[in-house]
Design a protein around this ligand. Structure first.
Ligand SMILES: *Cc1c(COP(=O)(O)O)cnc(C)c1O
Length: 423
C-alpha cells in the first residue's frame, strides 16, 4: 500500500485477495474473466480492495452505478423501505409500485411501464409485448412475427436474447435457438428499410452499442429509423439499459436527435441506483395493453423495496442534474484524451461519460492497458478486444476526473507497450 492508500504502483496481488480469487474460481462457474482485484468497499467514485488500496471506478458496473457507490439518498430509501415492507408478489398491491410507475413514466414521457428485475428480463418483456402487438394489433399471421436486430447487438444472456446475438461465443452450445429475428448492419438505415416485410413487428436497437465497443451510429440514424418504422408500422424498440439515465449526457440517448422518440424504451441498470436490480419496459397503452392477467410476470418484479430504491434513484438523477454533468464532463474527458496524442490510440468516441478509446492494431489489445491502469488505481475494462471503455459514475467531480486523466495519460503514452500478466 502506498502512502495515501491509492493503488498507484501496485505491483503484486495481496495474499487475502489471492485466497478470495482462488475460492471464487474453485466454487464458481468460470463465465467471467475479472481483473485481479477483490473489492470490499465503495463510496462515490471510489472502491477499495481487501488490502485497503483505493481505485477509481471507471466502469460503473456497465452504467448501473451512474449515481456512484452507495449514494446516501438511495441507501436511505433502501433502509427505510427495508424496515417497512420488502416483498409482496404481484398477487397483492403495494404502496410503492403505483408511485414508482407514475414517476418512471413521467420521467420517460410515456404512458405505461411493466417492472421487472434484470435488463435481460426487460428485453424479454419488450419482445413479448411487440410480438403480441404484431398479432393482436397489426394482424400478423400466427407465429410469423419478425423482429429486426442489429449486427454487434448486446441485449443480455437469456436463451431467446442470445439467439439473435452476432457473437458466436454467446451462442455456442446453447441451441436450439429462438427463431424470428433478422439481423441488419448497425447504423445503416437503408438496410433496415430493405429488411422489413409485412410480418415485421419491431426493430430492436441500442442508440450506442456499449458492449460492441462504444459504437456510435452516424448522425441522423435514429431519426431515419423513426421515419422508416412509422412508414411501415414497425415498432421502434430502444434498449437504453446502458445508455439511459444520463449516461450519454441526456436523460436518454435517443434525445441527442430530434424526432427520434421510440415506441418502447427498455430500461435497467442505473434504474436500481447501483443498489438493487430494477428494470422495466416502458411504452404506450396500445403496446403494453396487450398483456392480460397471466400472460407475463415476475415474483420480484415491482416489489416495494425495488420500487422505493428506483424512486430515489430517479429523484437523485434529476436533483443532482446528472445528465447535464455527464454532458459537460464527458466532452471535456474526450477532448483531453485526444490531446494526449497517444501512439497507441486510433480514435476516441462516445457521448457524455460513455467513452471508448479505440486502439490501433499495434497496441495489441486493450486488456494490457486495463491492467496497467488498474495498477495505477483506475478500474476500467476492455470491450471488444481493442477498445478501452471509460464510464465513471456521473457524480464524479472535476478534480477526480483530472486525477484520472493524469494517470490515463501516463499509461497511454508509455514508451513501450504495457505487458500482460504472463507475457
Ligand atoms: C447490460 C445490458 C443488458 C442486460 O442487462 P442484465 O441486467 O445484465 O440482464 C441488455 N442490454 C444492454 C444494452 C445492456 O447494456
Amino acid at each position: 500500500m502506498t502512502k495515501d492508500g491509492d493503488a498507484i504502483g501496485r505491483d503484486h496481488v495481496g495474499k487475502q485477495s489471492q485466497d478470495l480469487m482462488e475460492m471464487e474460481s474453485c466454487y464458481g462457474a468460470h463465465n467471467y474473466k475479472p481483473l485481479p482485484v477483490v473489492l470490499n468497499k465503495g463510496e462515490g467514485v471510489w472502491v477499495y480492495d481487501v488490502e485497503g488500496n483505493r481505485y477509481m471506478d471507471c466502469l460503473s458496473c456497465y452504467s448501473a452505478v451512474n449515481h456512484g457507490h452507495r449514494h446516501p439518498v438511495i441507501v436511505d430509501a433502501l433502509k427505510k423501505q427495508a424496515d417497512k415492507l420488502t416483498l409482496t408478489s404481484r398477487a397483492f398491491f403495494n404502496d410503492q409500485l403505483g408511485p414508482f410507475l407514475k414517476e418512471l413514466t413521467e420521467y420517460c414521457g410515456m404512458e405505461m411501464a411493466l417492472p421487472m428485475n434484470t435488463g435481460a428480463e426487460a428485453v424479454e418483456t419488450a419482445i413479448k409485448a411487440v410480438r403480441r402487438w404484431g398479432y393482436n394489433v397489426k394482424g400478423i399471421p400466427e407465429n410469423k412475427a419478425e423482429i429486426i436486430v442489429c449486427s454487434g447487438n448486446f441485449h443480455g444472456r437469456t436463451t431467446t436474447v442470445i439467439s439473435f446475438s452476432s457473437e458466436d461465443s454467446y451462442k455456442e452450445g446453447f441451441g436450439p435457438l429462438t427463431p424470428g429475428f433478422i439481423e441488419v448492419e448497425y447504423g445503416d438505415a437503408e438496410a433496415l428499410k430493405n429488411a422489413i416485410t409485412p410480418n415485421t413487428c419491431a426493430f430492436l436497437f441500442e442508440p450506442i452499442q456499449g458492449e460492441a465497443g462504444v459504437n456510435v451510429p452516424p448522425d441522423g440514424y435514429l431519426k431515419k429509423v423513426r421515419e422508416i418504422c412509422s412508414e411501415n408500422r414497425v415498432l421502434m424498440v430502444d434498449d437504453e439499459i446502458q445508455t439511459g439515465f444520463g449516461r450519454t449526457g441526456k436523460r436518454f440517448c435517443y434525445q441527442h436527435e430530434d424526432g427520434a422518440v421510440p415506441d418502447v424504451l427498455i430500461l435497467g441498470k442505473a434504474l436500481g441506483g447501483g443498489i438493487y436490480p430494477v428494470s422495466a419496459a416502458v411504452a404506450s397503452r396500445e403496446i403494453l395493453g396487450v398483456f392480460d392477467p397471466g400472460s407475463h410476470g415476475s415474483t420480484f418484479g415491482g416489489n416495494p423495496l425495488g420500487a422505493a430504491v428506483a424512486r430515489a434513484s430517479l429523484d437523485v438523477l434529476q436533483k443532482e442534474k446528472l445528465a447535464e454533468r455527464s454532458a459537460e464532463l464527458g466532452s471535456y474527458f474526450r477532448e483531453k484524451l485526444r490531446s494526449f496524442n497517444s501512439p497507441y490510440v486510433d480514435h476516441v468516441r462516445g457521448k457524455g461519460l460513455l467513452v471508448g478509446v479505440v486502439l490501433k492494431e499495434s497496441a495489441k489489445g486493450a486488456r494490457r492497458f486495463a491492467e496497467a491502469l488498474m495498477n495505477r488505481g483506475i478500474l476500467c475494462k476492455e470491450t471488444h478486444y481493442d477498445v478501452i471503455r471509460f464510464a465513471p459514475p456521473l457524480v464524479i467531480e472535476k478534480d477526480d476526473l483530472e486525477w484520472a486523466l493524469a494517470h490515463i495519460k501516463e499509461v497511454l503514452t508509455l514508451p513501450e507497450l504495457p505487458l500482460l500478466k504472463g507475457e
